[in-house]
Ligand binder design. Structure first.
Ligand code: SAM
Ligand code: SF4
Length: 326
């Protein structure tokens, strides 16, 4: 699919649930989380139908996310069914890792190509403060269990908050000790994230270079679905990556669209632009009608975000990241 300004859209991120077993301070409020009634969430067969239609339009890469996708019952079956859809080349999952140890075997059997594990710190107390749950050891068990499947590519995603005790260098060091890439995701001013300054890429890079030596830009083949810029460090098995949507805006190369757990097709993280696909499916719409609506949504995909400008539009997204899927 090519959008109005010539961007090739081949990547769909699907949020399979708005539920989560953590409460990361920059993603979800501690309490009062408004979960939608389960009947409003897309069912497995509805997700599969949308993916089939999207694949016919040119989507080839799928990310299963959430909320916490491993809370979705039968995630492995869903991933396996998606893998069988003609045109789909890659299915990956983004998870907090808490339930990975129990589920990695079935995800591997389903043919999942990659697992991104969100891990902001290796310090137990700091993990508890960021996620509001004392579950660091469970997340680490998940990382270790996943590493025993060499056919699955493993990436760690870390959002630097700017707090010293987070010790982002220890997280980066995982790429030295294991064959995994560690990516630093810049805090985005979405939902609760707007309350945190985060840490700018330049400062972070200086910090990492002071500890590990020069980071050299990686020029090899693409390592993922999107805009991460990777670097190599002496003695590291994996790469260090930066996804800096705000300070290094990459909207011109944006290749993605999102499907929320309620079946809303979102064409830009910052804006509500998009279409309700659940409504079309549940009112008996045909695949051709779905395709027409998806194409119309793409025609209106915003050129880019305006996070650095003062919010002016009431079409700015009000949902938090756990509801959108990150
Ligand atoms: N629960 C899963 C997880 O944590 O990986 C999947 C959903 S989570 C919303 C997806 C990603 O979004 C995580 O890596 C998380 O750190 C990131 N995220 C959440 N809020 C963010 C924000 N305001 N800015 C940048 N990244 C954010
Ligand atoms: Fe849950 Fe992921 Fe959001 Fe943390 S970042 S609260 S794990 S959805």
């Amino acid at each position: 699919m090519i959008d109005r300004i010539g961007r090739k859209i081949d990547y769909l991120r699907i949020s399979v649930t708005d539920r989560c077993n953590l409460r990361c301070i920059y993603c979800m409020p501690e309490s009062g989380v408004k979960l939608v009634d389960r009947s409003m969430l897309l069912r497995g067969e509805e997700i599969l139908r949308i993916v089939k239609v999207m694949a016919e339009l040119g989507i080839s890469k799928i990310k299963l996310t959430g909320g916490e996708p491993l809370l979705y019952c039968r995630l492995s079956e869903l991933a396996g069914e998606i893998k069988k859809i003609p045109g789909i080349r890659k299915v990956t999952v983004t998870t907090n890792g808490i339930l990975l140890k129990e589920q990695i075997e079935s995800l591997a059997a389903a043919g999942v190509d990659g697992i991104n594990i969100s891990l902001d710190t290796l310090d137990r107390e700091c993990f508890r403060r960021i996620t509001r749950r004392d579950l660091l050891e469970k997340a680490l068990e998940g990382v270790r269990a996943t590493l025993s499947y060499p056919e699955i590519s493993v990436k760690i995603n870390c959002v630097p908050l700017g707090a010293k005790e987070q010790d982002v260098c220890s997280v980066a060091q995982l790429a030295m000790e294991y064959p995994i890439h560690v990516r630093f995701i810049e805090m985005m001013p979405i939902g609760c994230g707007a309350e945190f300054p985060g840490m700018k890429e330049d400062r972070l890079r200086n910090l990492l270079e002071e500890r590990f030596g020069k980071l050299t830009p990686y020029e090899g083949e693409a390592l993922g679905n999107g805009p991460c810029r990777y670097y190599e460090a002496e003695g590291f098995q994996g790469k260090i990556g930066f996804i800096s949507a705000v300070s290094h805006k990459f909207c011109r190369e944006c290749n993605r669209i999102r499907l929320t757990s309620q079946g809303y097709l979102k064409t830009c993280l910052q804006y509500t632009a998009g279409r309700d696909l659940r409504e079309i499916i549940r009112s008996g719409g045909t695949d051709d009608e779905l395709k027409a609506v998806i194409t119309a949504a793409l025609d209106e995909k915003p050129d880019g975000h305006h996070f650095l400008e003062k919010a002016k539009d009431d079409d700015t997204e009000k949902l938090c990241m756990s509801q959108i899927g990150g």
